[in-house]
Design a protein around this ligand. Sequence first.
Ligand code: 1CP
Length: 354
Amino acid sequence: MSTLKNDRYLRALLRQPVDVTPVWMMRQAGRYLPEYKITRAKAGNFMSLCRNTDLSSEVTLQPLRRYPLDAAILFSDILTIPDAMGLGLWFEYGEGPRFLHPIKSRRDVEKLPIPDPEQDLGYVMNTVRAIRGHLRGSVPLIGFSGSPWTLATYMVEGSSSKVFSKIKQLLYTEPETLHLLLDKLADSVVLYLNGQISAGAQSVMLFDTWGGVLTGADYREFSLYYMHKIVDGLLREHDSRRVPVTLFTKGGGQWLESIAATGCDALGLDWSTDIADARRRVGQKVALQGNMDPSVLYGSPKRIEREVMSILDGFGPGAGHIFNLGHGMHQNVPPAHAGHFVEAVHRLSKPYHY
Ligand code: 1CP
């Protein structure tokens, strides 16, 4: 087993005692950091950044040089899988993702290949290996993927969406076609995450960013079912250590019991869920990650501290909490505010651990 200098994050995920509450920030590498913008400009565009081992590992490490974070997260994107399936992903600076060949028919779904992680997504596996080398056991590395449902929304809509009209139309007119797509995605995600784990990711997280736009019944059928399948297919131990799995459904606060029943180790919470209530409901079963509104980081250090305090107090004493934002960091947040946040979590959480 490789040694880790700081294993708070992994311990908290397994609800083991820690000295202070571990913290990392969703989208901790990104455009709020001036050094990220410089490296991205060097790469030319977002996908060239992801494909360049040196530059993608460099941006992974940038936030860790500034802040005493308890985990690093692979710098990549959830849309690498659809890209490897042949959909042709590109990003316009300042705009969201776009696909050249979105899914338009059952035939398109039938044609989709299941990408081989080392052959078709080798650039991601190389970045994982490179980051582990650079980290030298300082903090654990998180690998990730999108959930099948969330990936499918981009593949069918062809870009970001607010109303999800195309995929919902597919869901209500051709549910079998959507199931075929989700099933291929679930198989691809299992291979992709197991590839990341074999390459050195010490925990993995599934981002189900758009699960919350579904009805309860549709969520269970079209999102949760496939995340459960993925949890069942993942390597749960590597290098003699448990590899914890975190599931995050944005807007999924009402379904925590069913998400916890998948056998995952932790649930990510957005800020619309009360963390005290979440702990009462599922805290005996899973760890909880979250859940400060990222917009709080616009506030003063005092205001940030107040919010940190209220979340620590909501979770209460004891293990099983990983502090995080309830969603990704905004690009206009002053980097110093992120520093206040991380420092405040460590300082203020001490009394909650004994
Ligand atoms: O946290 C980190 O530091 C790791 C990097 C990371 C992660 C975990 C990036 C880099 N993307 C992601 C995941 C991701 N990508 C998600 C799930 C998490 C979430 O909900 O935020 C989603 C939905 C995407 C899709 C995506 N990629 C979007 C969102 C579009 C939408 O529909 O709202 C965007 C803007 C991207 C591009 C992207 N990915 C990552 C960064 C830093 C960026 C900005 C690209 C740039 O520099 O222009």
